[in-house]
Design a protein around this ligand. Structure first.
Ligand SMILES: CC(C)CCNC(=O)Cn1cc(-c2ccc3c(-c4nc5ccccc5[nH]4)n[nH]c3c2)cn1
Length: 262
């Protein structure tokens, strides 16, 4: 079926507030991911202001490792987002299929993530929701960071009702303290760990409060199969004190990253 100048193809996924379809712009044949958001749902969950702000933020971002928002339009019932199509889909599926990545693959992804985050932080945008579910892969296997549903302009201590996993929350957000861009460095540490080990570091099957406790205590156990350089980078990112976390400039020059950049 058609929506505006787009011919709609197969569904690509179902997000929190809408569906995403493969779509082709009829004139040029350009392939995109078209996301529909229902205005009624946005109004009902009182996030239409946030959606407007996210559209504003994302429309101004241009980086090869950040998923593009090319534009948006709406009819009386829905808002349509014209998003970049990522040729290899959700990184999350690749991780689950492989159960864990080689350190070389993980280092390539973390290097690209660090570049994407450095770009966002230079624009004083904190992502705040770094996790495998929010990362797509382009046709050449390059990282495409997405879902700025929770990014805010730094600094902020707006507590959000995060209904997703708690595994990626840094201590300062668990404790409801003021937080800065450094929250994304903590999450980068959790992501590095999960890429190499196959599960997040503070996961606790007995439930949320157990996970909270493990995060607040930075109760970190790194398996012996992780290389010394990998262990070193993870432990420099997963620091309780935000100021003690290694900076993005240091991440991209860390031995664990350099040893694979042959
Ligand atoms: C408020 C607004 C600005 C939020 C903006 N954020 C998003 O819309 C985040 N978002 C991105 C997507 C999304 C989902 C899937 C894809 C894909 C995609 N490519 C695939 C290839 C193979 C299998 C599945 C694929 N999905 N490309 N681009 C996408 C984009 C869904 N939600």
């Amino acid at each position: 079926f058609h929506i505006g100048m787009f011919e709609i193809g197969k569904p690509l996924g179902k997000g929190k507030f809408g569906r995403v379809y493969l779509a082709k712009e009829k004139k040029t044949g350009f392939i995109v991911a078209l996301k529909t958001l229902h205005k009624s749902e946005l109004i009902h969950s009182r996030i239409e202001k946030q959606v407007r702000r996210e559209i504003e933020i994302q429309s101004n971002l241009r980086h090869k490792n950040i998923l593009r928002l090319f534009g948006h339009f709406h009819d009386e019932k829905r808002i349509f987002l014209i998003l970049e199509f990522a040729g290899r889909g959700e990184l999350y599926q690749h991780l689950r299929k492989a159960s864990r990545f080689s350190e070389s693959t993980a280092a390539k992804y973390i290097y690209q993530m660090a570049n994407a985050l450095a770009y966002l932080h230079k624009k004083h945008v904190i992502h705040r929701d770094i996790k495998p579910e929010n990362i797509l892969l382009g046709i050449d296997g390059e990282i495409k960071l997405s879902d700025f549903g929770w990014s805010v302009h730094a600094p902020s201590n707006r507590r959000t009702t995060l209904c997703g996993t708690l595994d990626y929350l840094p201590p300062e957000m668990v404790e409801g303290k003021e937080h800065t861009e450094k929250v994304d460095l903590w999450s980068l540490g959790v992501l590095t760990y999960e890429f190499i080990v196959g599960a997040p570091p503070f996961e606790d099957v007995s439930g949320h409060s157990a996970t909270y406790r493990r995060i607040a205590k930075v109760d970190l156990k790194i398996p012996s199969f992780v290389s010394p350089e990998g262990k070193d980078l993870i432990s420099r990112l997963l620091r309780h004190s935000p100021e003690q976390r290694i900076s993005l400039e240091q991440v991209v020059k860390h031995p664990w990253i350099l040893k694979f950049k042959a």
